[in-house]
Ligand binder design. Sequence first.
Ligand SMILES: [Zn+2]
Ligand SMILES: [Zn+2]
Length: 371
Amino acid sequence: MTEVIAGKAIIADGEGRFSLESVEIDPPAAGEVRVAMAAAGVCHTDHASLRWPGPLVMGHEGAGHVEAIGEGVEGLELGQPVLLNWAIPCGHCYQCDHGATALCERTHELDVPKLGNSRTHAGGMRWRGQAIERAFHLGTFASHALVRAEAVTPLPPSLPIDAACILGCAVMTGVGSVVNVAAVALGDTVAVLGCGGVGLNVIQGARIAGARTIIAIDRVPARLEHARALGATHTLVPHEDDADHARLVVDVRALTHGRGVDHAFEATGVPALAFVPLKLARNGGNALQVSGAHGPASLELTDLFWNKRYLAPLYGDCVPRRDFPRLFDWIAQGQLELAALISHHYPIEALDRAFDDMLDGRSSKGVLRIA
Ligand SMILES: [Zn+2]
Ligand SMILES: [Zn+2]
């Protein structure tokens, strides 16, 4: 297909509302791919995007089939199933040259002309005659995504596409933070605060890495059950009257020879809990904030003493060509669970229901089926 096509996209108005609208999508320019979307994961970030400057095509996780290929793109075939990835590596900026492709300067400052973009992320798709931006340069809540080829990773045909669509966010962030950033080793001890989408994948990553003790911490008993099923060796419910977390620290130390864990992760999204991992980690250990929590949080500086490291990795330090084939293999070998993470599927018309279920805690992960 090399012509302009008509499609549909969920568009956020920037003031908290969204609607399914008709759009026009150009054929891919040089270096671009047009993907017919099949399924898209729904995440808290999508809900936050309702208030980003609009109008905006929503969605940043998803998978589909290659529908048209721009000039100069190699290694893709029409109809091929692909995963979309929002931290798009350009392959030739400072960060990409240094292996930190998740921090790609061209993607995160896409409008900087000196970096030589073929067009801005608003180009190529129109709504009511005007060019429209797509969330994270993807816009997966749509019939089609028009993306740079570097955003696309071929999927093994054996992998169900409506489960694979969640790999490009919570799975990569959780597993990648464990194996790429903390570098959890065989026999290490791990604690995870918060057992939602990212926290459950920290647990899976820790199990795959061979951690001997994996402590899941959450207020919701059903989430702790899920955590156990995915590899947690111990579960803890935080105490009600424990504002300074002293009792939680006692509980974690009791499970780790009085020392604290080698690696403690915060995956709650609650800013006030962002520094709690420093209290749970042993001296010389790693404390990581992987939830992407925003806002102020207060820190007791002595919590940083004794050679503790505090890290806030973006997207599990994802290098797509290194990391996704590894995730695909772990899924094929039965080590990494995907389907068990997804609690709900919805038609694209039911995004409001997907948001309600997510915000009320009824769904662990919702997926929109698009085609
Ligand atoms: Zn780059
Ligand atoms: Zn996400």
